[in-house]
Design a protein around this ligand. Structure first.
Ligand SMILES: [Zn+2]
Length: 712
């Protein structure tokens, strides 16, 4: 492993040199960005390390080369991340969202966190604010996630103002570190004696906050090379947690809200300190060391050994984050028991408990998964954080396998259940992402602020890190996962410099032109993702010559000697598809959802003809033979989207004589089935669908994803 990583490191340096003369200046731009040379120190010298040769050391992998996850030395990772900075997303769908993220969402969220006292919570501890402590026990994590969003943003190029703001916050966070290494603003003063008590650990979010701090610090390190925050995080782990908490005779740990597990494994991927990996394993092993009732263990997704779980259950974000941590643990250890459980849980989630939007967590009660196939639409909770957790988990499962089924779920969540979480303006957020909505209840679905402000900065860090999800490398080539206008400047694992350019109008049309430019003619495999939605008329050509065999829901391996400027052209099916749910999903019986490409669509009341009421159940989509969708790109509508049109019918109720029934029949709440069926009368209407992510960006309006069908 050591030799391989050394070779990769050298190759990386060589390939940067090789790329530059070609005018591919991305690597140079990145290293001229936020790096301050005087603060870049050795990645290894200052940290304690039990085994300097341990897998996980980043000794030969510099901070610029590390992706969202640094899997360069992970023995059970088939795919390896490319750095966020290696991919530039250009003009197109995601570039527009990312620009809103950086210019609107991230700055305004900073100001809201300031005005809601999130920074004062820290200042108070160093005598720089007299404001009272505010918010709940998880508050610090939201500020950490915001700073992580800035850190990922800086990996795509410097933003001096955001950079300075993040540095100020990091200075503030580090300044409250106690001599014993502890950082936190909630369990101080009167609450100090509660810190890390067994009951506190269940809901106190101390280790959850530590996990988010580590993730933020790691992202900032990978943006800037600056280890100040990272070192503070390592100190909290090494000086506060490790000496006192862990296997007996130390004090026990229950995860409470899983999150620290994945952070500790990522920390191990930097430090090489096996204690960090082992601590994650100890926490995931969570047995009866702190006894909690079974119902509590289900809700917390901890307090039971991870490998004894048989379904996703309980609090959805907790479950998804636990699965992320467990997959990270598997990627380092190869523990077969974990792998078996992870696949069981994935089948439980993707096979029985996930919305068509990729959202998860059906129940508001406990923000929790329901039973299998229990997927109500209007009351769907589907917290934005849970969809993000789903995406992050599938990213890790994909790394372990290279299996496109995980990418299909990742993409489903990203484009739909995650992307709905932020308004087109970038300043309003969904906490829940229901699949049907009735505005008459007076609920505002998008808000600028929530007292638990977990979702908005989570969304912000996800969009900021998005370039890192586009590609992976493997020992035999490169994988493309997501399609949008972009440039990859990176290298193959044998060190050969590689540029890959995508030109496309995804997600609005299915043509993608990919230009592959290795630094010199090279033999490798280009794994072209063919999404599960791409249909059966997929066309792939290399340099104009058709290549056969591409199948939806797979990575299509194209193995050849690649020369600079070789072109892959692919055409993925973009025909709108009516989808039905498994018959066990009672809520969706007799209904269809519509998907076009990666986007799930919905009906919003505002776009339907007068007299059509989405909330009274009288509207149906026509499924008669020959009924078709028409697609129309509207550049000036909802940020520029393809809308879909299709015929529908509205059930109108008449007595057999033709006037509204006054007694019995349809006016009655219930009646004989035969009578009801006979009294139904339908008129045709033209329905208009918009992408689900774009709903609730105008005045309050009814919405539905799953619409009843009529055969007329
Ligand atoms: Zn959330």
């Amino acid at each position: 492993l050591k030799d391989i990583t050394r070779r990769q490191f050298v190759a990386s340096a060589l390939s940067s040199a090789a790329i530059s003369p070609l005018g591919l200046a991305k690597g140079a731009a990145a290293s001229a960005g936020p790096v301050r040379v005087d603060r870049v120190v050795s990645n290894v010298a200052s940290e304690p390390r039990e085994d300097a040769a341990a897998p996980g050391t980043d000794q030969f992998s510099s901070w610029q080369d590390q992706g969202i996850l640094n899997l360069a030395n992970s023995p059970y990772a088939k795919l390896h991340n490319v750095p966020v900075r290696a991919v530039t997303i250009e003009n197109g769908f995601w570039a527009a969202r990312r620009e809103v993220n950086v210019t609107q969402s991230i700055p305004t969220m900073h100001d809201l966190m300031e005005s809601h006292g999130r920074m004062d919570n820290f200042r108070r501890l160093i005598g720089k604010s007299s404001a009272p402590e505010i918010g709940n026990a998880g508050c610090d994590s939201h500020l950490y996630k915001w700073t992580e969003a800035v850190a990922f943003t800086l990996q795509s190029g410097d933003r001096p103002e955001l950079h300075k703001t993040a540095e100020d916050i990091i200075d503030l966070v580090v300044s409250v570190q106690k001599p014993n290494g502890y950082i936190g603003t909630y369990f101080v003063d009167d609450r100090a004696t509660l810190s890390m008590r067994p009951d506190t650990q269940q809901t106190g979010h101390e280790l959850y906050c530590l996990g988010h701090m580590l993730q933020g610090a790691i992202a900032y390190y990978r943006a800037t090379g600056d280890r100040k925050w990272l070192n503070a995080g390592i100190r909290m782990v090494n000086d506060f947690v490790l000496p006192s908490y862990g296997p007996a005779p130390k004090l026990p740990i229950i995860s409470g809200h899983p999150e620290v597990e994945m952070a500790l494994v990522e920390l191990y991927r930097i430090t090489g300190d096996k204690r960090h990996l082992d601590l994650a394993g100890y926490i995931l092993g969570g047995d009866d060391r702190i006894h909690v009732p079974r119902q509590v263990s289900i809700y917390l997704f901890s307090g039971t050994p991870f490998t004894e779980r048989t379904q996703v259950e309980g609090h959805a974000v907790r479950a998804m984050y636990a699965c992320c941590g467990a997959t990270d643990y598997y990627l380092e250890t190869g523990d077969a028991t974990y792998w078996k459980t992870l696949n069981t849980l994935w089948n439980s989630m993707a096979g029985t408990k996930m919305y068509v939007t990729g959202g998860v967590g059906a129940r508001a009660q406990g923000e929790a998964f329901g039973a299998a196939y229990d997927l109500p639409n209007a009351s769907a909770y589907a917290e934005t954080c849970a969809a993000i957790g789903n995406m992050m988990w599938n990213w890790r499962m994909l790394a372990a396998t290279g299996d496109a089924k995980f990418t299909d779920v990742l993409e489903r969540a990203l484009y739909n259940g995650v992307n709905s979480g932020m308004s087109l303006s970038g300043t309003l957020y969904c906490y829940t992402n229901p699949l049907a909505f009735d505005p008459s209840a007076g609920i505002t679905i998008r808000n600028p602020w929530y007292s638990t402000i977990c979702c908005p900065p989570n969304f912000e860090r996800t969009l900021a890190s998005l370039p890192g999800y586009f590609y992976s490398t493997s020992s035999d080539g490169i994988y493309v996962h997501l399609y949008d206008n972009s440039i990859l400047d990176w290298h193959l694992e044998d060190g050969t410099g590689l540029r890959v350019t995508q030109k496309t109008n995804m997600p609005w049309d299915g043509d993608v032109e990919i230009t592959v430019t290795p630094a010199q003619r090279s033999e490798f495999t280009f794994y072209l993702r063919v999404p599960g939605w791409a249909g059966d008329k997929i066309r792939v050509a290399v340099n104009g010559k058709p290549v056969t065999g591409a199948m939806a829901g797979t990575y299509f391996p194209i193995h050849r000697h690649w020369s600079p400027n070789d072109v892959i052209q692919s055409r993925l099916g973009m025909t709108p598809q009516p989808l039905s749910a498994n018959p066990h999903v009672a809520e969706d019986t007799g209904r269809v959802a519509v998907q076009r490409g990666p986007l799930v669509y919905c009906l919003e009341q505002l776009d339907q003809p007068n007299g059509v009421d989405l909330t009274d159940g009288s509207l149906a989509v026509s499924m008669k033979p020959g009924a078709e969708f028409t697609s129309e790109f509207k550049a000036d509508f909802l940020g520029g989207i393809v809308v879909l049109h299709r015929d529908g019918t509205v059930a109108e109720v008449r007595s057999p004589q033709g006037s509204l029934n006054s007694k019995g029949g349809r006016d009655a709440l219930y009646g004989p089935y035969e009578d009801q069926a006979e009294l139904r009368y339908s008129r045709s209407v033209r329905l208009t669908y918009i992408p689900f992510y774009a709903w609730a960006n105008r005045e309050p309006s009814a919405m539905e994803v799953w619409t009843p069908v009529s055969k007329v």
